[in-house]
Design a protein around this ligand. Structure first.
Ligand SMILES: [Zn+2]
Length: 827
């Protein structure tokens, strides 16, 4: 019969196995009973032609469904010398329990959709059968005539079915040139789903509504899937992690980068090829590539020569830059001229400069009442004038208005000058309200998010002003700046200083990260600069941080390092931030954190070394006095229980500093130091909203003995912290969970002799707490309400107010009922 057993498990359709008889060329056939079989057994022989790999999958539990796919006629000419069947069998095998997701013709219908699409893109299918089988693993894999899929979604079927064309029929060497296989089938799948840059161009440069958010999230501009794919790849390039797409598989530095390059970056490459040669030449290239090379081995030369024949262009430069180099694409519009011609039409000329490594013929668009008119420049020119003629009067000029190129930086695509600014959705800057808990990111514009901001401090009373945060693409030119005005100005009132707006009357700050460098085509990732004047002090910092891990994705050991220079000085208003003394400080700092991902506790080690000069105006004893401080910590955690319902975390901490440190640089016993809380406007100021006078608050850090006053500091400390928690209430599950945890903690520490205690007087605390941990929209939140019921030397506790009845006369006890707010976490 030729049936390997499908008839018995059939749920739907005809069992149809191509047999030898009707065809001139035997391609795939199964003959049963041809070999000797013992009683109760069946021998099945499989015969297939024009294949270079085969797969075998068997299970007595399989359920079978099948149909004939009858090809629409005459769409594309069949490849020369390649057999083509007028009907193709679609055979689906799935497992019991899959009836909803795979059964009742669902998987069959989606396989048919894929086959129709693939024949439209390439040409008539060169095999008589397509089998779609539910495999045990997730994901999918492909063989000639067969795909084994972990699920039955349309995207996966398009992808794996596409491989039957770009690996089975167009037989490339996947190990040598993964981009010919994964990259092309990824592009083809995005094309089918309508999410390529070309599909976006068809929609006038707008992303499909498929990616729009709902609810509160709708208030924030977000990236579409197409944007995300592009930006993730540009970012790898900016971080120096990209490798040439044409790299042989075993020479990629790690599996994650291999995946990025041969799937995603190669997908961008095919989009750029289509952009460079045009839509119709690209479609002709795909058809010709299939027609000329079906059932043969293909390589880069086969593809490139076909693309050159189909487009009539030399494309050596294109394949060379994408396959053998890394880089970004960026063209800038630097000058625009417009002139009415004697015949009444308009001529627009734009001067375009190449800013980054890659080339792509830049499209210059002119907007008129008739829509965009676009002219292409040349890929080979580094600087060129592009001319666009329009019958109507131009309303706007822009490089690549429909966003078909890989130009990463859209900010320089508009004509230079003031017209660049404040054009809302189409201009480079989009002014928005800064909605709490939301990230606002756009591919096309700088987001400038504004919000009123205010706080209070003891010296200046209520403070009100405006904060702006801006970013480009969420990563580049991230900055925050603010200006707030004070109501009480004690120094000016006393006649000590004039009340200039930049003096005591205002606090100002600016932070800038990952800046664009004007003469380079890429930002300097990891550079951060800050400048500020707050609470009677001012300062600034320049730091550079980088990921020093050998691997970006492989979770072996990851290491980040940073180096920075900070300068801070009092401003002579007679008051300073909390936990601060009047000293000018210049400091050089180095930090390194590394995490060992393997092992039960995935331990992390951190080291922070800083040294500087402190000069006090008030005390002549301190004139450019050098100081140094170092911190070393090791921490680890372990999750346990079903769905990590509990955790146990431990941390060991050692810190040491020279004697006579300025207060703000000492080793703090419970809290992050004043440099680390500089931009927390509720914690930093004297008498701020979260100051100890108002609320017992500990921004957890330093030696981490959280029960103690955040102002306590010394010149050395050894500490041990332990915390255990169980999830009490899950508020949101999924990738970004939010839960309430019940915790218990114990901390112990020995301060170095000197300022506070000697080694004979250890410190310790213990207590229980409630932690809100997880994501509220785009913010990772960790807030705790802790009850440190034991604090050795109770009078040093952060929560000085005790709730234990009958404590009059003995207000500060070691054992007492206290409550405090703890901000942040080590873990
Ligand atoms: Zn694949």
């Amino acid at each position: 019969s030729g049936d390997p057993g499908w008839e018995r498990v059939k749920r739907f359709g005809e069992v149809y196995l191509p047999s030898l008889a009707p065809y001139r060329l035997p391609v795939a056939t199964m003959v049963a009973g041809a070999d000797s079989a013992r009683a109760g057994e069946k021998a099945v022989r499989f015969h297939a032609e024009n294949i270079h790999e085969f797969a075998w999958s068997t299970s007595p539990d399989y359920r079978y469904e099948g149909i004939f796919y009858v090809r629409p006629r005459g769409e594309v000419a069949p490849p020369d010398g390649v057999p083509v069947w007028d009907t193709v069998a679609i055979n689906v095998l799935y497992r019991p329990g899959d009836e909803k997701s795979w059964g009742d013709g669902g998987a069959i219908a989606r396989t048919k959709v894929a086959l129709e699409w693939l024949e439209h893109v390439y040409g008539p299918y060169a095999y008589p059968m397509m089998a779609n089988i539910h495999r045990l693993d997730g994901g999918g894999t492909e063989f000639p005539m067969m795909m084994m899929n972990g699920s039955s979604g349309q995207g996966l079927i398009l992808h794996e079915g596409g491989h039957v064309f770009t690996f089975g029929i167009l037989a490339n060497n996947e190990w040598r040139s993964g981009w010919m296989d994964e990259g092309l089938t990824s592009y083809q799948t995005s094309w089918a789903e309508g999410v390529t840059p070309q599909d976006r161009a068809r929609r006038g440069g707008r992303d499909s509504s498929f990616f729009r958010a709902s609810g509160y999230r709708r208030l924030a501009p977000r990236l579409s899937g197409t944007d995300r794919l592009q930006l993730s790849q540009y970012r790898l390039d900016m971080l120096g992690r990209a490798q040439p797409v044409g790299t042989r598989s075993d020479l990629f530095r790690e599996f994650g980068i291999y995946n990025d390059m041969i799937y995603s970056r190669a997908e961008l490459m095919y989009g750029a090829l289509r952009d460079a040669i045009g839509d119709s030449a690209f479609v002709a290239f795909m058809h010709r590539y299939y027609k000329d090379w079906a059932l043969q081995h293909v390589d880069e030369r086969a593809m490139r020569s076909t693309a050159e024949l189909a487009s009539g262009q030399q494309l050596g430069w294109f394949f060379d830059q994408w396959l053998r180099h890394t880089g970004l694409t960026d063209y800038a519009l630097v000058k625009v001229q417009q002139k009415r011609q004697p015949d009444g039409s308009w001529l627009t000329r734009g001067k375009v400069k190449r800013r980054a490594e890659y080339r792509e013929p830049p499209p210059l668009g002119v907007l008129t009442s008739a829509g965009w008119t676009i002219a292409r420049g040349s890929a080979s020119a580094d600087e060129q004038w592009i001319e666009v003629r329009t019958a109507e009067k131009p309303k706007g000029v822009q490089l690549d208005p429909l966003r078909t190129t890989e130009d990463w930086d859209r900010r320089n695509d508009l004509p230079p000058g003031l017209s660049r600014l404040w054009r809302d959705e189409d201009g480079p800057v989009r002014v928005r309200f800064d909605w709490p808990f939301l990230d606002q990111v756009s591919r096309d514009n700088v987001i400038l998010a504004l919000t009123p901001i205010g706080w209070t401090s003891a010296p200046n009373g209520p403070i009100l002003g405006l904060r702006s945060r801006s970013n480009y693409q969420g990563v580049v030119d991230r900055d925050e700046s603010g200006v707030v005005f004070t109501t009480d100005r004690p120094a000016a009132a006393a006649g000590h200083v004039s009340s200039n707006w930049y003096g005591e009357g205002a606090h100002l700050w600016a932070i800038h990260e990952n800046p664009t460098i004007p003469w380079k085509g890429r930002p300097l990732m990891g550079l951060r600069t800050t400048a500020w004047t707050f609470d009677g002090a001012a300062g600034g910092e320049v730091s550079y941080s980088w990921d020093a891990s050998r691997f970006l994705y492989a979770r072996t050991v990851s290491t980040t390092r940073s180096i920075g220079v900070t300068y801070t000085a009092p401003r002579g208003f007679g008051y300073l931030p909390a936990r601060w003394e009047a000293a000018r400080i210049a400091e050089l700092k180095f930090d390194e954190t590394s995490r060992q991902w393997r092992g039960a506790w995935s331990p992390q080690v951190g080291i922070s070394i800083a040294g500087g000069l402190a000069r006090s105006d008030a005390r002549t004893s301190r004139s450019n006095e050098p100081y140094g401080r170092g911190e070393l910590w090791v921490k680890g955690g372990k999750a346990f229980g079903v769905d990590t319902a509990g955790f146990l975390s431990a941390r060991a901490y050692l810190a040491h500093s020279t004697a006579n440190m300025p207060y703000q640089r000492r080793i703090f016993i419970s809290a992050r130091d004043p440099y680390q809380t500089l931009f927390n406007h509720f914690v930093r100021p004297r008498g701020g909203l979260l100051a100890p006078e108002h609320v017992a608050t500990v921004p957890l850090g330093g030696a981490g003995l959280r029960g103690y006053d955040p102002g306590m500091a010394g010149d050395g400390m050894i500490a041990l912290n332990l915390e255990q928690g169980v999830r009490a209430l899950s508020l949101a599950a999924g990738q970004r969970p939010l839960a309430l945890w019940a915790t218990a903690f114990v901390d112990a520490g020995m301060p170095r002799g000197g300022v506070l205690y000697s080694l004979d007087n250890p410190l310790g605390d213990a207590g229980v707490g409630l932690v809100l941990r997880g994501w509220i929209y785009d913010r990772d939140v960790r807030v705790r309400l802790d009850a440190p019921f034991y604090v050795r030397y109770g009078k040093l506790a952060a929560a000085r107010r005790e709730f234990t009845p009958g404590t009059f006369g003995r207000p500060y006890r070691d054992f007492a009922s206290r409550v405090q707010l703890t901000l942040g976490s080590f873990w």
